[in-house]
Design a protein around this ligand. Structure first.
Ligand SMILES: Cc1ncc(COP(=O)(O)O)c(C=O)c1O
Length: 491
């Protein structure tokens, strides 16, 4: 039998010298503010030198290096090589910018460090209020439920889970998907985001059960084709459970005809989930309000706060109209999580009953503080500013003889390419791929790409509160310059 030696000294992770850490903290804040204020003066992105990459392959430290050293290493080796998405000329994928106050509020959230799974503490009320504000912003009733999540992919997964369980027609949580007589089918357009397929696969439905509906020339779901597919599936013994509508497709920002989808789903008794990852936020802009009003009639809605609300990563959200249906999909209360009448385990805010996570971070604080800092009207103006910048860029492209617009611009995404006379589509694809890489490598701008009707497009998605019109002038100038250089090389 071994005997335990009493501890000679007890340790903690608090600093031995609080003033020293306070000083370091002040320097961190100063450095960060300088870094953010001067971001425009730096390249958007730079290749990582080989010796810097190698630094990240060393072993874990066994002994303390200290806070000063940890910060010095961060400042010297991490900070100078950002992704670039805080820069005014970052327009790749759909990646938001973040804000200085958002960054500071992350520090406060980590300082309080609550676990947002449940319990009676004020941070939970902060999340509940953020959810209420989101409902108000997007026209959902107060009685709806919601949850903050890591992003749109998780928000889609939660919406799809509720849809599957609600419309399976049997107790799916108990019987599993094998309890269904035939395939449980889900519908969405060919332009829907890959996270929907991931979700359908994770839910055990199988990607074969995800029916890909064709789109119109505006990249919007073809409603007649959708109706036909549902009818044929029913006749073949499938159970259609969910339609996914897009409020802003990832490639071009197309808005499906949501009003038609609401009517169709009500008629067919199918769950309507809307993926409004970024596009839902256009509801803050008066001209788009009517077009987006039907999202408030969807059964569930996924959207991101880290995209077009410029909140630092990570922050996504799901809203579900029928709170009880939402709760039924996830709630599980073992005795060690019993919700109490009094004490810390009391209260009716148990977010763990509405999602997969039990332990959850205080991501609500950065949203709460940012909404208070700016007010919704300002977000509406910024969303509109990005839409107007997209229209401006589209005009520049239309006016340039060597550029071609490849898709309509309904929102904040512009897809275009450089064109040189006499070149095949294949040759143009290669030229535009090289233009994209050179834009990155020269630190000029970050755009990503889309494949539209088989053609490679430079894709500019504007969810950036720092961009200015002259940034788009510069982009067009540089694309044309690089395109001409590449064409000269070929000639
Ligand atoms: C339409 C759409 N849905 C879902 C997602 C996934 O969101 P996230 O990256 O936050 O998981 C994206 C991301 O760009 C998107 O554009």
């Amino acid at each position: 039998m071994t005997t335990t030696q009493p501890l000679q000294t007890e340790e903690s992770l608090d600093p031995q010298d609080w003033d020293e850490l306070r000083g370091l903290g002040h320097r961190m804040v100063d450095d960060l503010m300088d870094y953010l204020r001067t971001v425009r003066n730096r390249p958007v992105w730079r290749p990582i030198p080989a010796e810097l990459r190698a630094r990240f392959h060393g072993p874990a430290p066994r002994t303390p290096e200290g806070a000063e050293k940890a910060y010095r290493d961060f400042k010297e080796h991490v900070l100078p090589h950002p992704m670039g998405n805080i820069h005014p000329r970052f327009w790749g994928w759909v990646i938001g910018t973040g804000t200085p106050l958002g960054a500071l509020s992350e520090m406060l959230a980590a300082g309080m460090n609550p676990n947002m799974g449940g319990g009676d503490h004020v941070p939970n009320h902060v999340e509940a209020q953020v959810l209420d504000w989101c409902k108000e912003m997007l026209g959902y009733p107060r009685s709806a439920s919601g949850l903050l999540l890591s992003g749109g992919s998780m928000a889609n997964l939660v919406g799809l889970t509720v849809a599957r369980n609600a419309r399976a027609g049997f107790d799916l949580r108990r019987a599993g998907v094998r309890g269904a007589g035939g395939p449980l089918t889900v519908y969405g357009s060919s332009e829907m985001h890959s996270s929907i397929q991931k979700g359908v696969e994770l839910l055990g439905l199988g990607s074969d059960a995800l029916r890909i509906v064709p789109v119109t020339s505006a990249f919007e779901i073809d409603i007649a084709a959708l109706e036909r597919m549902i009818r044929e599936d029913r006749a073949a013994g499938c159970r259609p459970i969910c339609v996914v509508g897009n409020a802003g497709t990832v490639n071009t920002g197309a808005l499906d005809d949501l009003e038609a989808l609401v009517a169709l789903c009500a008629r067919e008794r199918i769950w309507l989930h809307v993926d409004g990852a970024f596009g839902a936020l256009a509801a803050l802009v008066p001209e788009y309000r009517e077009r987006l009003a039907p999202i408030s009639s969807a059964d569930s809605l996924a959207f991101d706060l880290h995209k077009w609300m410029y909140i630092p990563f990570e922050a996504g959200c799901t809203l579900v109209r029928d709170a009880e249906t939402h709760r039924r999909a996830f709630s599980l209360t073992p005795n060690y999580l019993t919700h109490a009448e009094r004490g810390l385990a009391a209260g009716d805010l148990w977010f763990s009953d509405y999602g997969i996570q039990l332990s959850r971070g205080f991501r609500a604080l950065k949203v709460w503080m940012s909404f208070k800092e700016n007010g919704l009207d300002k977000y509406g103006r910024l969303v509109r500013q990005n839409i107007e910048q997209a229209r401006y860029l589209a005009e520049l492209v239309r006016d340039a003889p060597d550029l071609e617009l490849l898709a309509p611009v309904p929102l904040n995404i512009v897809c275009f390419r450089y064109v040189a006379p006499g070149q095949s589509d294949q040759a143009l694809d290669a030229v535009n791929q090289e233009i994209l890489i050179q834009l990155h490598e020269r630190g000029i701008a970050v755009t990503s790409n889309a494949l539209l009707q088989g053609r490679f497009a430079l894709r500019v998605a504007i969810v950036n509160h720092r961009s200015r019109l002259d940034d788009f002038d510069l982009l067009v100038r540089e694309v044309r310059k690089i395109g001409a250089e590449l064409s000269d090389l070929k000639a």
